[in-house]
Design a protein around this ligand. Structure first.
Ligand code: KPL
Length: 301
C-alpha cells in the first residue's frame, strides 16, 4: 500500500518502522516540511531499528491509500484540513490519538474515516531514540459508513505492528478508553507521579469513574460504574511503571490533550444537563498548569 504517516513522534515512528518492514511504500509527513524523516526505534526485545525515510512528498501523498494520523488530538483537525485537497477521495484516514472530539472539528469528508485506539507504550529517550516499552493492542473501526467495508485494513496493520483488531463499534471502545484517560492522565499530571502511584487516590478514581459512566450512559453507550472502575483499575496496574502522556507533556511544558479528555467529557455532560464536578476540577487544574507555562514563554511544539 501507499501510506503517509502524519506525525513522526513516538507512535508514528513505531508505525513507520513496522509498515516499511512489511514492504509498504511509506513516507512520513512533518509539520515543518523536510525531505526525509528519521526512524530510530528500540523494540521491546532490544532490537535497534534505524531508518531514513522519505517525507513531505506531495506526489506520494496524492497517491496514498492510507493517511495514518498519529498527531496529538489538538493538532489533528488543522493538519487534516491542510492536506485534504491533496488526498484521493478513497484515501482512508485513520485517527490514532487519545481522547475524543476531533471528528466534530472536521468538515464532512468524502474519504473513509476511521478511529483507532492503542495501548502501545513508547517514549522518546534523552538521546532521541524511541523506546518501545510495551507491545500493546490497537483497535480500529469505522467512523463513517464508507469505512465499514475496509475492515481488511486491520489485517494489513496487524502484520506491521501487532496486535490490531477491527471493531465495528469503535466509538464505544473509545469511550471506555476515555474513562482511563480521564482518570490516569490528569491525576498523574496533578500529583506528578507514575501511573501506578495514583492507586492511593481511590476516592477520586471512584468519583471520576462514576461521572464518566453517567455521561456514557446518556450518550447511549451502556456500561456500569463497576465495569468502568474495573477497566480503569486494570489499566492502572498494567501501565503502573509508565509516565502518562499528559505528565510527559506537562513536564516538557507542551500543550496537553486535556481539551479532548476531561474537556470533552465536561462538554458532553453539559449537553445532557449533567454535572461532573471532579472531571471539571481536574480539567481546570491542568488548564491552569498550561496557562502558567504559556505565560512563561510557551514551549509548545
Ligand atoms: O493512554 C495513556 C496515556 O498515557 O496517554 C494511558 C492509558 C494513561 C497509559 O499511560
Amino acid at each position: 500500500m501507499n501510506i503517509t504517516v502524519l506525525g513522526c513522534g513516538a507512535i508514528g515512528q513505531l508505525w513507520l518502522a513496522g509498515l516499511v518492514r512489511q514492504g509498504h511504500n511509506v513516507q512520513g509527513w512533518l509539520r515543518v516540511p523536510q525531505s526525509s524523516c528519521t526512524v530510530d526505534v528500540v523494540t521491546p526485545q532490544g532490537e535497534i531499528v534505524q531508518l531514513q525515510l522519505p517525507a513531505n512528498n506531495a506526489l506520494h501523498l496524492a497517491g496514498s491509500d492510507l493517511l495514518l494520523v498519529t498527531l496529538k488530538a489538538w493538532q489533528v483537525s488543522g493538519a487534516i484540513r491542510t492536506l485534504l485537497p491533496q488526498l484521493r477521495a478513497d484515501c482512508a484516514i485513520l485517527l490514532l490519538h487519545n481522547g475524543l472530539g476531533t471528528r466534530e472539528e472536521l468538515p464532512p469528508l468524502p474519504q473513509p474515516l476511521l478511529q483507532g485506539i492503542t495501548t502501545h507504550a513508547a517514549y522518546r529517550s534523552d538521546g532521541g531514540s524511541i523506546i518501545h516499552v510495551y507491545n500493546g493492542t490497537t483497535r480500529i473501526g469505522p467512523l463513517t459508513p464508507n469505512a465499514q467495508s475496509i475492515s481488511h485494513l486491520a489485517e494489513v496493520l496487524h502484520d506491521a505492528l501487532p496486535d490490531v483488531a477491527w471493531h465495528n463499534n469503535i466509538a464505544a471502545s473509545c469511550w471506555i478508553k476515555l474513562a482511563s484517560n480521564c482518570v490516569i492522565n490528569p491525576l498523574t499530571a496533578v500529583y506528578d507521579c507514575r501511573n501506578g502511584e495514583i492507586e492511593q487516590y481511590i476516592d477520586q478514581i471512584e468519583a471520576l469513574c462514576r461521572e464518566v459512566a453517567m455521561v456514557m450512559d446518556r450518550e447511549g453507550y451502556h456500561t456500569s460504574y463497576e465495569s468502568l472502575l474495573f477497566y480503569v483499575g486494570q489499566t492502572i496496574k498494567s501501565t503502573a511503571g509508565n509516565t502518562s502522556s499528559m505528565l510527559q507533556d506537562i513536564r516538557a511544558q507542551r500543550h496537553t490533550e486535556i481539551d479532548y479528555i476531561s474537556g470533552y467529557l465536561v462538554r458532553r455532560a453539559r449537553v445532557h444537563g449533567l454535572s461532573v464536578p471532579e472531571n471539571q476540577r481536574l480539567y481546570e487544574l491542568i488548564k491552569q498548569k498550561e496557562d502558567h507555562y504559556g505565560r512563561l514563554g510557551d514551549g509548545m511544539s
